[in-house]
Design a binder for this molecule. Sequence first.
Ligand SMILES: *Cc1c(COP(=O)(O)O)cnc(C)c1O
Length: 395
Amino acid sequence: MPKTLDTKNAYELETLAIRAGTKRTEFNEHSEALFLTSSFVFDSAAQAAARFIGQEPGYTYSRFTNPTVTMFEERLAALEGAEQCVATSSGMSAVLACVMGHLKAGDHIIASQSVFGSIINLFNNVIKKFGVETTYVSATNPAEWQAAIKPNTRMLFLETPSNPLTEVADMAAIAAVAKSCGALLVVDNCFCTPILQRPLDFGADIVIHSATKYLDGQGRVLGGAVLGSKKNMESVFQFLRITGPTMSAFNAWVFLKGMETLKIRMDAHSANAMQLAQWLEQQPNVARVYYPGLPSHPQHELAMRQQKTGGGIVAFEVKGGKEAAWRVIDNTQMLSITANLGDTRTTITHPASTTHARITPEARAAAGISDGVIRIGVGLEAVSDIQADLARGLK
Ligand SMILES: *Cc1c(COP(=O)(O)O)cnc(C)c1O
C-alpha cells in the first residue's frame, strides 16, 4: 500500500508542496506519473454507465478529470487550505470559469482598478456582452468598495499585491464588505502564492491562480486554478468540463515538479527583491520604489500582516520619464525584456508602453503608472549581478 499523506495533520507548507496529493500506481513510482491519455476504459457497459452518471468514482475522459491533474489540484488545495481546487488551462481561463460558473446576465462585479490588464479586458469586452457589468474601485480603499455596492452585486474581485505598483488590499476589510451584500470575494493570489499569503485565512471565498508564474517558476507552461469550498467549486468545475479550458496532464506534471521547490524559491525571490528594493532606494536617479517589504511602502504594515515577505516583484520610477526608463531597459545585458514574471530569470518591463499600453493615458495616470515606472520580476540570479545590470542605465 503506498503511503498517503494525511493532510489533516499540521504539515508545514514546504512539506505539503512536496508531498501533498501524490498518488502512486501499481509500480510504486517515487516521482508522480504523467498520465498522457485522453480517455479511460471500463470493465463493462455497466461500469461505464456508473462512471458517466457519477455513481462510481473514477476517471472517464481527461476534459473532465485526469490523475496527474488531480495530483496538482490536491497539492495546491492543501497549500491554500481549500476544500477543492479546479485546475484550468491558464490563469485567464481560471478567471473566466470563476465568473461563468457563478454569475448570470444582470449581475454586477466590483473589481480593483489595479487587476491584471487581461482581466480588465475580459470584464469589459467579453463578459459585458453577456450582461454582467463591472465597477472599478481603488484596491486600497475599502470604503470605495462599500459605496460601489448595488442590489445586483454578486462578486468582488481583487489582486494583492497588485501589478505593477504592488498596492496591497486589505482582504479582511473587503471580505466584510462582500459579506454585507452576500457577494463572493475572489482574490488573485498569483504574486504571493500560498507560501507567502493564504487569502482564505483572511475571509476570501475563492482564490485564483495563474500557475504560469511562480507555481511553475521556470517559465515553461501555462496553467491556472480556482480554489474554494466544494460548494463554490461545483459550478466552476461544471463550466470547465462542459466548455473545455481544463489543464493538460503534461502541464500539471510540470507544475507538480515546480511546486516542490516553491518554498525555497519564494524565499530566495523575496530576499533578492528586498535587497534590490533597498539598493534602488539609494540610487539618485530613482524617484520612488514600490515594494511592500520596504517601510516606505504606504501599506507596509498591512502587507506584513497578510504576507510573510514582500514577495518577488519590485517596481520603481526613474527620473526622466519614458526616455530614462527605456534607457535603463536598453542598457541591461542580462535581464530579460519580457512581460512575464515568476521565473528564475529576472525580467524587466515598461508597463506604460507594454502591459498597460492599451488603457487610456488618463486611466494609467489614475492607476499611478507613470511613464518612468519600471517593473522587475526579481529572479534567482546573484542580486549583485541584477544591480550591476540596472546600474549601467541608471548612471
Ligand atoms: C499572468 C497573470 C494572470 C493571467 O494568467 P495566464 O496564465 O497568463 O492566463 C492573471 N493574474 C495575474 C496577477 C497574472 O500575473
